[in-house]
Design a protein around this ligand. Structure first.
Ligand code: FCB
Length: 475
């Protein structure tokens, strides 16, 4: 006899959201005073993105935001995480705000609230104003000070109606893919600069959180979204355990150390001593970064599996972060990344919901009492409309079911997870991969920009409306 299936039921106040980011969806890159960000420059540089694709038009959300909000409302979502384009609001990255730029976000937030959708604003999802990169970018301390000014501007404009705030999205990618492997903008490949960038991103978070709080009602929540990795050693041999520890420090500890515990891990400082003396960490910085958080955002896609190599490795590595001759892991040239076993998504990322459970439980221990949100989770598949224009994506439904069930298990195990934001609301510009990798619950026809909810959108809608995961579609 088949075992009875227990329904997976979520707490009534759980947020069922979707996430996007400005450069990936807005388009309108030259409108209303917006100036180039590092992603405009990078995507327009030959050879940097698949097929030379750019976010110039993206999915034209800047003009279609009303329809997109209506679509979310039709799906019954009660939360939406989006990011603000810094160079729309402060074209030179400093100085007074451009009101028309802010007005776009005011209209978007009002539209969301009118539909009963709770907005969550990410201030920085990788699109640094180009002028700030020209002045040195994240390896320079001044960029963190500029971020605080920008945070204050956006906080003043939207703080009365947006309760959920995220300072930075995945600072690991900004620092280590932007300045280390160079697969992300600004495309620099300077190992020592990655650690300086990481510190200044941390500082930006601390200064930004304080700036936000100085202008916003106390009820608002300030968080950060980390792509904290689940790093597993290939074996229990001491060398493999040490390799996993080194990657864990570079992926996680470098951010959660100062943010949650007020210090960089000693093991990180020791492992990177050949590259940097960390003298850019000034007195008081760690206190600034260690500002109390109201919540923590976790983005999860796939775990990492590592071992020690007997020699120094060069060339591209299979760490799932794009091909580059340059490593995004400073001081870890002797760590080997392995493909984790199991089915994979179109990104080549192994599907492993147990990693999400593990991640949530880890941060429940690292930050006891801090509410958690899954601020990104999702999968890319090669979705195509069938003859009658419908898009069936049972693989994505299975992915979402597995990961949401893992979230629910973590809640049962004592974790305080308050919401889940599916990445992504709709297909969009997947950075260096361009438009080929479709992460959306809603399909976008790039020729017409027409939006069609996939079957996963309807499945997720069922979960959002009832708080219970619907059964997965069988073929
Ligand atoms: C995350 C990014 C997001 C999207 C997903 C697939 O690292 O934050 O913008 O690209 O990966």
């Amino acid at each position: 006899m088949p075992e009875p299936v227990t329904p997976v039921t979520f707490p009534p106040a759980f947020l069922w959201g979707a996430a996007t980011s400005a450069y990936q969806i807005e388009g309108a890159v030259r409108e209303d005073g917006r100036t180039p960000s590092i992603w405009d420059t990078f995507s327009h540089t030959p050879g940097k993105t698949a097929g030379g694709q750019t976010g110039d038009v993206a999915v034209d959300h800047y003009h279609r935001y009303r329809d997109d909000v209506a679509l979310m409302a039709d799906l019954g979502l009660n939360a939406y995480r989006f990011s603000v384009s810094w160079s729309r609001v402060q074209p030179t990255g400093r100085g007074p705000a451009v009101q028309v730029g802010l007005d776009f976000y005011r209209r978007l937030v009002d539209e969301l609230l009118a539909h009963g959708i709770k907005p969550a604003v990410t201030l920085y999802h990788w699109d640094l104003p180009q002028e700030l990169e020209d002045a040195g970018g994240w390896p320079e301390r001044d960029t963190a000070l500029r971020f605080a000014e920008y945070a204050q501007i956006v906080g003043e404009a939207l703080g009365d109606r947006v309760e959920n705030w995220i300072t930075l999205n995945e600072p690991w990618c900004s620092a280590f893919l932007g300045y280390g492997s160079g697969v992300h903008a600004p495309g620099r490949t300077e190992p020592a600069a990655t650690l300086r960038a990481a510190h200044h991103l941390n500082l930006a978070h601390g200064l930004g959180a304080t700036a936000l709080r100085s202008v916003m009602p106390a009820r608002n929540q300030v968080a950060v979204s980390l792509n904290s990795s689940v790093v597993r050693p290939l074996s229990q041999e001491p060398a493999d355990l040490a390799a996993a520890r080194r990657i864990d420090d570079l992926a996680n500890g470098v951010f959660h150390g100062p943010m949650l515990h007020g210090a960089y891990p000693e093991s990180l400082l020791a492992a990177t001593a050949q590259l940097t003396d960390w003298s850019y960490v000034r007195d008081g910085d760690l206190d600034t970064i260690h500002v109390p958080l109201d919540a923590l955002g976790l983005n999860y896609y796939t775990p990492a599996l590592v071992s020690a190599a007997s020699e120094r490795l060069t060339g591209p590595r299979a760490d799932g972060h794009g091909a580059s001759e340059h490593s995004p892991w400073p001081g870890a040239d002797d760590v080997l990344f392995h493909q984790t076993p199991g089915e994979r998504t179109e990104m080549g990322w192994t599907i492993d919901p147990s990693g999400l459970h593990e991640l949530i439980m880890r941060y429940t221990r690292e930050a006891p009492g801090l509410p958690l949100y899954i601020t990104e989770n999702g999968a890319a598949y090669d979705d195509k409309p069938d003859a009658d224009g419908q898009v069936h994506d049972p693989e994505r439904i299975a992915y979402l079911h597995g990961h949401l069930a893992a979230v629910r298990r973590a809640i049962t195990d004592g974790a305080d997870v308050r919401g889940y934001y599916l990445w992504s609301l709709m297909d969009n510009f997947e950075w260096a991969y361009g438009y080929d990798k479709r992460f959306g619950a809603v399909y976008v026809d790039y020729a017409t920009l027409e939006r069609t909810p996939k079957s996963s959108a309807r499945w997720y809608s069922g979960a959002a409306r009832t708080g219970v995961l619907p059964a997965v579609e069988t073929a």
